[in-house]
Design a protein around this ligand. Structure first.
Ligand code: MN
Length: 398
């Protein structure tokens, strides 16, 4: 006879019954499997629900079952956790390893913050009267990134090497990036996609988006500045992107929905929604343990649904495990900027971190993104963290 235990979680936990984010864990010596986080417990879902779709090393098979099944499973988990659960389903968070929760299919990064896009416009195109490019308020600007470089929180980030050419350099040089930066973002995980030649309407996006994660789009500004014209970022961003291990279900984020800022001029019909919804998620950026920024996701101009509608409107297929990130989250205030290039104004206005004047990342620096949002029943729910430490780069040009 196996024993059962009744689990309790403090009322102020960010991982109470209104959150229940999904992840992939492994116990020592065991294969990775799908779990939910409940307080500081990690609950094995294959054991709890007796469904082998969870006895796998990613969420993809479960996500592919579709929205109706996500609703059902969430209700089943909620109901099961009210009663004693099998002891063998329960692990302490401290006793397990957390893995990349999804098998990442394709990855796209958007640029949905008007504050961020305006700040970068002022920095890079100072002579231009409008800091936004002419397309910016008509479509969610984005670029295709590299799915293979998405890593889970806690993975060390190897400083990238590459070409750069400063404004006063006669020729490009090769070496480790000297302007390594972060971008604090949310990433959205696609549960089900669309066939080639079809598209996902903005109003239907919430039936396709499975959940959200924290996302750090590490960026080498010197490599990026030299390579990005005319086709956009490539090696300056393709070396690594960190996500949090827990996917917060979109179903847990209903109470966090807020209207996006008013969109003027009016968008084309395929981007129109009765009420575009953003998310009232408060992010924090900690640099070596010191919070240096608190970017508010609620200020984002484009909604996740509009991003997905735009991404698919041309007929490109999308699929289970696709990841699209929001772009840097920045608010109107200086201490709400989600990238150091903005926070330090291109490196000209350092921030003080643990008593030192800092601009870009040094080897050994550690960045931790965290976030919370309103949950159901007046609760707050957490996203956990996306943590990464910079380690030195040994590569030099041969
Ligand atoms: Mn980005």
């Amino acid at each position: 006879m196996s024993s059962s235990i009744r689990l309790t979680v403090p009322a102020d936990s960010l991982f109470g019954p209104t959150n229940l984010p999904y992840g992939v864990y492994s116990a020592p010596g065991r294969a990775p499997r799908v779990a939910v986080r409940y307080g500081d417990h990690v609950i094995d879902l294959a054991v709890l629900l007796g469904d082998d779709v969870f006895a796998r090393p990613s969420l993809n098979a479960f996500m592919a079952q579709g929205h109706a099944r996500w609703v059902e499973v969430r209700a089943e988990i909620t109901e099961r956790l009210r009663r004693p659960v099998p002891a063998e389903a329960v692990h302490d968070l401290d006793a397990v390893t957390l893995h990349l929760p999804i098998e990442v299919a394709d990855y796209v990064d958007f640029y949905a913050s008007e504050h961020h896009a305006s700040n970068l416009g002022r920095l890079f195109r100072p002579d231009n009267p409008d800091p936004l490019t002419p397309n910016w308020k008509h479509l969610p600007v984005g670029y295709h990134g590299r799915a293979a470089s998405v890593v889970v929180s806690g993975t060390d980030i190897i400083r990238p090497a590459g070409q750069r050419k400063g404004p006063h350099d006669a020729a490009p040089v090769f070496g480790p990036s000297t302007r390594l930066d972060i971008e604090a973002e949310l990433g959205f995980v696609l549960g089900t996609g669309n066939a080639m030649g079809e598209s996902i309407r903005a109003e239907d996006a919430e039936r396709h988006i499975f959940g959200a994660v924290l996302f750090n789009d590490w960026s080498a500004r010197d490599i990026q500045a030299w390579e990005y014209v005319p086709l956009g970022p490539n090696l300056g961003k393709s070396f690594a992107s960190t996500i949090s291990p827990w996917v917060v279900p979109l179903l847990a984020l209903h109470a966090a929905r807020v209207p996006t800022p008013v969109q003027v001029p009016a968008v084309l019909p395929y981007l129109r929604m009765e009420q575009p919804w953003g998310l009232d998620v408060d992010l924090t950026v900690a640099w070596n343990g010191q919070v240096v920024s608190r970017p508010p996701y609620a200020a984002m101009y484009w909604s996740p649904a509009q991003m997905l509608a735009h991404q698919t409107v041309g007929g490109a297929p999308s699929r289970t495990g696709d990841l699209f990130a929001s772009g840097t989250v920045s608010g109107p205030g200086k201490e709400q900027r989600g990238a150091f290039i903005e926070l330090t104004w291109g490196g000209t206005d350092p921030v003080t971190v643990n008593g030192r004047q800092r601009t870009f990342l040094e080897d050994g620096d550690e960045i931790v993104l965290t976030a919370t949002a309103p949950g159901a029943d007046g609760t707050r729910i957490g996203f956990g963290e996306a943590r990464g430490r910079i380690i030195g780069c040994e590569r030099r040009e041969a």
